[in-house]
Every structure is written in C-alpha cells, then in structure tokens.
Design a protein around this ligand. Structure first.
Ligand code: GLY
Length: 367
C-alpha cells in the first residue's frame, strides 16, 4: 500500500471539512451513527486539541498555506487552556497537539510561550507525596487518581524542560512515570485504567476502571497509551526500564489482537467477537510502536515494530475502517466510553489524529 497516496486523500478530505467548519471554537469530536458531519464540542472539551493537530499534520504533509491558516485558526482559541487553574491532565493533549505542533512546524515564539505556560499549569496537579499528577481533580470520590492516559501528557513536561521551562518539570515527569510503573502498570505489563492513591501518604490503594470493561480487564486504548507513553519516557530519559515497560506493554497488546490487527474496545469483553472495535486504540498503539522502532537498536526489533505498525495502518486504510465517502471522518469504528454507553462504534477525532501521525511516520520511513 502506498501510504503517501492515502495521506494525499486524507489531506484533501481534511481540507474540505475545515472549509465547512465555520466557527473556530467548535471542535470536531465524533460522528453519530448514520450521520455525515462531525458533532462539535467547545474548547474546554478534552478532545479540542486533536482537530488542530489533524490540521497541523495535514499541513506537514502538504505544505499548503490554506491548511496552515486553518490550523492556526483552530489552534488559537485553545490558548485559554494553558492558564491556571488546571482542570485536569488533558491540558497536555489539548495544548501540545495544537500549539505544540504549531511551534514545531512554524517556530512561532508565541506558540512556545503557550506550551510553557501549559506545562507549568499541568505541573500544579503534581502531588509529591504520591509522585504523580492528579489526573481528574473533579472526581473527588476517587481521591488522588492517576490514569494511564496521563502518560501521554508527560511529553509536554519533557518538552518544556528542554525549551525554556524549569528542570523541575522533567523531574515531575520522571517521577510520575516511575510511580505508575509499579502501580497503574500491573506486574504482567497489562494496565489499569485508573490508579487510586492516598493523597497524604502516597500509598497505592487499588487499580480500577472507568472506561474499560472491569477493574482487572484490559481496556485496549489504555494499553495503547501505555505503549506510547513509556516509549516517549525512554526517548526523553534513556532509562532502560521505561523501554522495557513500553516493549512489554506492546507484547501484551500484540498477543491479544484479533486477526485484522484492530482490537476490540476491551480485550476482556466477554461478548467478543460481537463486541465493538476501537480503531483509535489501534492507531495510538501503531504510533507507539513506530516510536519504539526509532529507539530500539537491534534490527529484528526495528523490523518487528515497523512491520506490525504497518499492518495495523494498512488494515485501518481499508474497509471496514476507512471512512471514504461515508462521512467527514477518516476512520470509522472507534469506541470512546463503552460503560457510559457513549461513542460506541463511531468515528472519533483522536483516531483520525493518531492515524495521520502514523501515516506521516510511515511515509518518512519509505522516503
Ligand atoms: N483520555 C480519555 C480516553 O482515552 O478516552
């Protein structure tokens, strides 16, 4: 499969969608069953950064000035998220997927300032007694909670420490990853969705689920966050234990994949094979494995991670996952919050975001 052609088609679709979205502070999030157009959310929704992120990836591939303007248009309103108070750990997704790419691709200094501010705001959620960031301050019943998804937002802290921010941001990210390694990551390298800690003495109380099937099941997207998050931690620190966690988490994920390479939303849902799939988990894990492929040294591992990621993205680029003319999204069949009964088997914006990222990574490999 020629991933460059898939990228070209995706960029054309993204551009057409951007031209149809009139208000920059309405952000695509999901598409209801049978509908054509994105349902949009306000800037404070945790997913707001992914659509500008999709646009920045489209710009990276196309160098099209019109797409760049659209990326800037949808990035700017997210600036308000960077300032305190920190409502949750999602500041990282929201700001780094928008302003972070904007800075990377344009060098716009005002974008750097917003990212640095966001990193400082995210760090206010850090509890030194626990050694992790409080992921959801609004979930009072969950005491000090830290979710596996939060691993992804350490990248903003690592970046900030290297780009004018405090060195303490690096220390917080490292400590967070270390604490999660022996708590939220289980001994067999599968993961809990949520770790609950005593906020005063830091004791790990238990692991539970929020978006997965059961406390002890394996929520597919959570495992994807773990693969990718720990790969980034290894890239930024050189600590081989982080590499091991990422690799072992990838092994868990790969061992449980169905034949087409796209996971069911939770690997332990007893209704498999009738359970819905999660294309977003597939795209996130593929990006994590492509990151791993840049970090491991032996040729067999490089070939293994690249090969697996390529076959996942190939699968997503065909029916039944590729949206084609079905609706505005690139991908169909993601699952957001199955226990709540929302976003089941629908297009979701972060699936498109990580799909675009994986396509760009694969295109670079074939350059
Ligand atoms: N970070 C929330 C989710 O993965 O659904």
């Amino acid at each position: 499969m020629n991933f460059s052609t898939v990228l070209d088609d995706s960029v054309a679709k993204i551009q057409a969608t951007a031209n149809q979205l009139e208000t920059a502070n309405h952000y695509p999030r999901n598409i209801s069953q049978g509908k054509k157009n994105w349902n949009t959310v306000a800037v404070r929704d945790w997913t707001s950064g992914f659509w500008p992120g999709v646009l920045w990836y489209a710009y990276e591939h196309s160098h099209d000035e019109g797409i760049r303007q659209q990326a800037e248009r949808f990035t700017q309103p997210i600036e308000c998220i960077a300032s305190p108070p920190a409502l949750d750990h999602d500041i990282g997704f929201m700001v780094f997927c928008s302003f972070g790419h904007g800075f990377r691709l344009t060098g716009n200094e005002s974008y750097r300032a917003v990212c640095l501010q966001a990193a400082n705001t995210l760090a206010t959620l850090y509890n030194p007694s626990v050694g992790t960031i409080l992921s959801w301050p609004h979930e009072k019943a969950l005491q000090h909670n830290t979710i596996i998804d939060n691993m992804m937002n350490l990248e903003l802290l690592f970046w900030a420490a290297k780009n004018g921010g405090s060195k303490l941001l690096y220390d917080i990210a490292v400590k967070h990853a270390e604490t999660c390694m022996s708590t939220v990551v289980r001994p067999d390298f599968s993961t809990y969705h949520v770790g609950i800690f005593d906020p005063d003495n830091g004791a790990f109380i238990k692991g539970v689920t929020h978006q997965g099937y059961a406390d002890d099941s394996q929520w597919a997207r959570g495992q994807g966050w773990a693969i990718y998050g720990y790969a980034i931690c290894y890239r930024e620190t050189g600590n081989p234990t982080f590499l091991e966690v990422s690799q072992k988490a990838a092994e868990v994920f790969l061992n449980r994949l169905p034949e087409d390479g796209i996971p069911y939303w939770d690997f332990d849902d007893p209704s498999i094979p009738k359970a819905p799939k999660d294309a977003s988990a597939a795209a996130i894990a593929a990006c994590g494995m492509l990151e791993l492929a840049t970090l491991v040294e032996d040729h067999d591992s490089v070939a293994q991670y690249t090969g697996v990621a390529r076959s996942i993205i190939r699968s997503l680029s065909l029916e039944p996952y590729l949206s084609g003319d079905t609706n505005q999204a690139l991908l169909l069949h993601s699952t957001g919050h199955h226990p709540k009964g929302t976003e089941i088997d629908v297009p979701i914006i972060y699936a498109d975001y990580y799909y675009m990222e994986a396509l760009l990574r694969l295109r670079r490999l074939s350059d």
